[in-house]
Design a binder for this molecule. Structure first.
Ligand code: AMP
Length: 211
């Protein structure tokens, strides 16, 4: 089963991917995580990506597509694409890559969450700098403030989760990513899931879709 999990920033793609990894043994391909790792490692790719990410803008298609191609070439199966594709051009490029590699996508699952809820989720989101665990100041605080429950790493706010950047990210989502709904409806692989519910409820619905 190969999945695309898409939706606005804060819709819960990362959280649901984490559960799919743990419970279904799937492999997550998160372009956001790949860029953050490249930034941490101070690679050329990281330096290029950071310019765009810090402003809440999309990294250019050519950079993202090349990075995803490299990952797919390693022969991954049973994967979740999280945060990719994010533009129609990326979706078209992905289709070409899949044909070339004799792979296919089974479902494109869209997580629907109202704008106001997204703002709240993103402004309150905190992440562990070390292991990437995700917290929320109100709904899921770490046991000790600023310290990760899982690895003891420093819990911080992502640069792009600051209020002024969030606005740009949500606008960017509306303009470039939202049209993907139509793209995947045409392919017959589109499924919509109400993401404005308890994590477990959302997961159960995704599980039904992939079974
Ligand atoms: P995410 O962790 O998925 O919210 O991604 C964080 C940031 O990484 C985004 O705001 C973009 O700047 C960049 N990014 C991640 N995935 C993509 C993509 N598929 N296309 C362009 N930029 C991306």
């Amino acid at each position: 089963m190969n999945l695309i999990l898409f939706g606005a920033p804060g819709a819960g793609k990362g959280t649901q991917s984490e559960l799919l990894i743990k419970r279904q043994g799937m492999t997550q391909i998160s372009t956001g995580d790949l860029f953050r790792a490249a930034i941490k490692g101070q690679t050329d790719l990281g330096k290029k990506a950071q310019e765009f990410m810090d402003k809440g803008q999309l990294v250019p298609d050519s950079i993202v597509i090349g990075m995803v191609e490299e990952v797919l070439q390693k022969g991954v199966t049973n994967f979740i694409l999280d945060g990719f594709p994010r533009t129609v051009a990326q979706a078209q490029a992905l289709d070409e890559l899949l044909v070339k590699m004799n792979l296919s996508i089974d479902k494109a699952i869209f997580l629907e969450v109202p704008m106001k809820i997204l703002m709240d989720r993103l402004t309150g989101r905190r992440v562990c700098k070390n292991c990437g665990a995700v917290y929320h100041v109100v709904s899921k605080p770490s046991k000790v403030e600023g310290k990760c429950d899982l690895c003891g790493g420093e819990v911080i706010q992502r640069n792009d989760d600051k209020a002024e950047v969030i606005e740009t990210r949500l606008k960017t989502y509306e303009e470039f990513t939202s049209p993907l709904k139509e793209f995947y409806k045409k392919s017959g692989k589109y499924t919509e899931v109400d993401g404005n519910r308890d994590t477990e409820e959302v997961y159960k619905e995704i599980e039904k879709i992939i079974k």
